[in-house]
Each structure stands twice: as structure tokens, then as C-alpha cells.
Design a protein around this ligand. Structure first.
Ligand SMILES: NC(=O)c1ccc[n+]([C@@H]2O[C@H](COP(=O)([O-])OP(=O)(O)OC[C@H]3O[C@@H](n4cnc5c(N)ncnc54)[C@H](OP(=O)(O)O)[C@@H]3O)[C@@H](O)[C@H]2O)c1
Length: 386
């Protein structure tokens, strides 16, 4: 495989970055293909785009196969632009490297290698062995990784990418002293949270939130902003419900909780000895977790979600205690903070329970990555500082 940068492209291939950007844009037409990565593919003959495709959901055809199907006839003059190395193994579908070879594609241009050990260079190898020229457009590698942060993190570090959602008043409060919190933020911000859930393999909450608010934490397609961002519309998203996860040491989650009664799979991480063999409902799995400090070991929870349930991106929607614990453990990759233009006063409940800091040097530092107005609220997206 030849690695090539945009600046070194000669005039015969000057359009390659345009096609690769298109493949990356197509990949992002789905919020999630969990446990698979988002992938897009563009087939070009001469200067003409003859086929496009993207992977809609696990079990459905991969991007390359969709693009080949749309293109009809291809031949050795055809170039395939794929946002991720084509797979080389048989999973729920046949290998894409074989599909590209069978379609007679002459050149395959990828943005990034696949970190999945079942692929990791083997897709490139199979293509090259069949006489297909393979190039990596290295300037697109960052975009390819950034649109699949959880897929790369699970494969490389063994834990999912963690997004922590927080909704607060202008003075950083989340509820009145009497517990009243519905709703601090406006409808548009709450609808935006539906997008976060729809992108997530799992939504994690704390037992106190379950007991206090009895949330559903599911994706409600009617509340998703319609057909925005050029995404596939409702049908596929309706089919995807993130796993609901409760961090609950003493297994206090009631069998009547909405999180259990609504459709979809639920995992409860508990440290209590009596959890072994206990069941609450058919859709609920109780996982015996290790202990850290006074609670469930959150690193264990993430490792288990990655290895046992193939979770790529997870969303934490919890109260100040569990949210603060995730930050203190250094496990948060991204904060999504909704700020409502109202003041709740100093008796109101804090955003996070984080204690014991003695100097600013010990403070948890993030970098602002996006700042947007959502209705009358503000949304700030922050990433962990390097
Ligand atoms: N503004 C927002 O974005 C937002 C979002 C969600 C909830 N809330 C509000 O938050 C309030 C509840 O917050 P909360 O802080 O009391 O509860 P929480 O964060 O939902 O749950 C905390 C509980 O989780 C359990 N836990 C187990 N292992 C833990 C660990 N390693 N670290 C931390 N907790 C662990 C503990 O109970 P056990 O020891 O029994 O296991 C702990 O008391 C509700 O009033 C709700 O309205 C606000």
C-alpha cells in the first residue's frame, strides 16, 4: 500500500480528495452502525462517479457492496474510495475485499486502516494479492478516526468512547433543593439529547436517577429532529435502541422501573453478592462488577461494555454523583453541556460531586470543541485536554 498526501497528488488524480471527502460524508448518514463502524464508499470511472454507498446498520450490506450494487458494471479502470480499509473476513456479511476484487475494481483508496484485528492490514493484503493497487490518503485519516471514535477506542484501548451529557442552569445547577428539575433546558435541547442517545451503543445512568426520576433513557424517534444533517431518516434509528445500563451496587433497581419496562436490553452492574443468578426481567442482565472505592468499578463497567457487549460509543446521563465519579476516574472523553439561561441559586443542586481539589493544577481540564445555540439554550461540546 502506498501512503499519499493531498499535496503530492499529480494532476491525473487531483480529484481524489473530493471523492474521499464524499465517502466520509456518506458514512455519516447514519448515527450509528454499532457494533460496526460508520463507512462510506464512492466508485469512480474516469471522472464520473458511478456508484455510492454507506453502511446503514450491522447485518446490512457494507458500504462497498452497496456502491457496487448501485454502479452496475465496473472494470479495472474503476477506483473505489472507502473511508475505512475494506474488511477481509466473513462476519454477518461476506468480505468486502472479495466483493471489490470480484467487481474488477482496479484501485482502492482508503482513508484509514481498520483497527479490528480480524482486518488490520489483511484487507489491503488480499486486494494487493489480487493485483489491485491500494493507496492510503493520509490527510483523511484523522476524519476517518474522528467519525468512529468509539470503534477505534474499543479496538485499540478495550473501552468505549465516553460522552457525558449534563444539563444545567447558568449558575451550574441541575435541580432545585427540593429536587425539582423538569425541565431546566428547553424542548430543542432535549430533542438534541435524543440524537446523542441514537448515536450511542449504550446509555449509562446511576441508581439514584432511576429511583428519583424513573427515566426511560430510550430513543424516541418522534422526538428526533427530522431529516437533519442529511441523515438516514427515522426507520433505521427506530430499530436501534441503545442498551440501558444502571450502575447500582446494591441492586435496588425496581422491576417496575421504566428503564426495564420499555423495549430493549438492560444491563445492571452491581457488586452485591446476592446478584449472582438473580433475574429481574427477560431483557435484564445483572452483571457482577468489581468494587472500586465505595461503588462499582467504572473501568470494569466500560471494559465489560466493550468486550462483552461490543459497545463503541456510550452516553452517560446520570446525576452529580455518578457523573462526577466518571470525571474523577478520568474516563470521560467528551462533555456535552446544555446551559439554560436561568439562575437556580446557591441552594440548588450542583452539576457534579467532585471533592478535595487543593489547587487549580488538580482541576479537570477540557478543551472547547463546539459552541452552538439550541433554541434559547447553549450547547458546549468539550473534549479531554491532551
Ligand atoms: N441535569 C442532568 O443532566 C441530570 C441527568 C441525570 C440525573 N439528574 C438528576 O440527578 C439526581 C440524582 O443524582 P445522584 O447524584 O443522586 O445519583 P446518580 O449519579 O444518578 O447515582 C449515584 C449512585 O450510583 C451508585 N454508584 C455505584 N457505583 C458508583 C460509583 N463508582 N460512583 C458513583 N456512584 C456509584 C451509588 O449508589 P449505590 O451505592 O446504591 O450503588 C450512587 O449513590 C436526580 O435528581 C436527577 O434528576 C440530572
Amino acid at each position: 500500500m502506498k501512503s499519499i498526501s493531498n499535496s503530492s497528488l499529480d494532476t491525473t488524480v487531483i480529484d481524489w480528495p473530493v471523492h474521499m471527502q464524499r465517502a466520509i460524508d456518506l458514512a455519516q448518514r447514519v448515527r450509528t452502525a454499532t457494533p460496526n463502524p460508520r463507512v462510506g464508499c464512492v466508485l469512480v470511472k474516469g471522472f464520473e462517479v458511478i456508484g455510492e454507498g454507506w453502511h446503514v446498520a450491522a447485518g446490512e450490506a457494507h458500504a462497498e457492496v452497496v456502491a457496487i450494487g448501485n454502479a452496475g458494471k465496473t472494470n479495472t479502470c474503476t477506483e473505489a474510495f472507502v473511508s475505512l480499509e475494506p474488511c477481509a473476513h466473513t462476519g454477518r456479511t461476506a468480505p468486502c475485499s472479495e466483493a471489490l476484487i470480484a467487481a474488477g475494481v482496479g484501485k482502492v483508496i482508503i482513508a484509514s486502516l481498520d483497527p479490528n484485528p480480524q482486518v488490520a492490514g489483511k484487507g489491503v493484503e488480499q486486494l494487493e494479492q489480487a493485483g489491485v493497487e491500494v493507496y492510503q490518503l493520509v490527510d483523511f485519516e484523522d476524519q476517518s478516526r474522528e467519525m468512529n471514535p468509539g470503534y477505534f477506542k474499543r479496538r485499540e484501548e478495550g473501552i468505549p468512547y465516553v460522552r457525558l451529557k449534563l444539563a444545567m442552569s447558568l449558575d451550574g445547577r441541575t435541580a432545585l433543593a427540593n429536587g425539582q428539575s423538569k425541565w431546566i433546558t428547553n424542548k430543542a435541547a432535549r430533542s438534541d439529547v435524543q440524537k446523542l442517545r441514537a448515536s450511542a451503543s449504550a446509555v449509562i445512568t446511576g441508581i439514584n436517577t432511576v429511583l428519583t426520576d424513573d427515566p426511560s433513557l430510550n430513543v424516541r424517534s418522534a422526538e428526533l429532529p427530522e431529516n437533519q444533517d442529511g441523515l438516514e431518516s427515522g426507520a433505521k434509528e427506530l430499530a436501534h435502541q441503545p442498551i440501558r445500563v444502571v450502575v447500582d451496587s446494591q441492586l435496588r433497581t425496581p422491576g417496575t422501573a421504566k428503564i426495564i419496562c420499555n423495549e430493549g436490553s438492560v444491563k445492571i452492574y452491581s457488586t452485591a453478592d446476592f446478584t449472582v443468578g438473580k433475574s429481574l426481567a427477560d431483557n435484564v442482565e445483572i452483571v457482577k462488577a468489581t468494587v472500586s472505592g465505595e461503588g462499582v468499578d467504572l473501568q470494569f463497567v466500560l471494559e465489560s461494555l466493550a468486550s462483552d457487549f461490543s459497545c463503541n460509543e456510550v452516553l452517560v446521563e446520570a446525576g452529580p454523583t455518578l457523573s462526577g465519579a466518571f470525571i474523577e476516574a478520568g474516563l470521560v472523553d467528551e462533555l456535552v453541556v446544555y446551559i439554560a439561561p436561568r439562575l437556580l441559586g446557591s441552594d440548588a443542586k450542583p452539576l457534579l460531586e467532585i471533592h478535595g481539589l487543593q489547587s487549580l493544577a488538580e482541576s479537570h481540564q477540557f478543551q472547547v470543541s463546539h459552541l452552538d445555540r439550541i433554541g434559547d439554550d447553549i450547547r458546549v461540546i468539550l473534549k479531554q485536554a491532551p
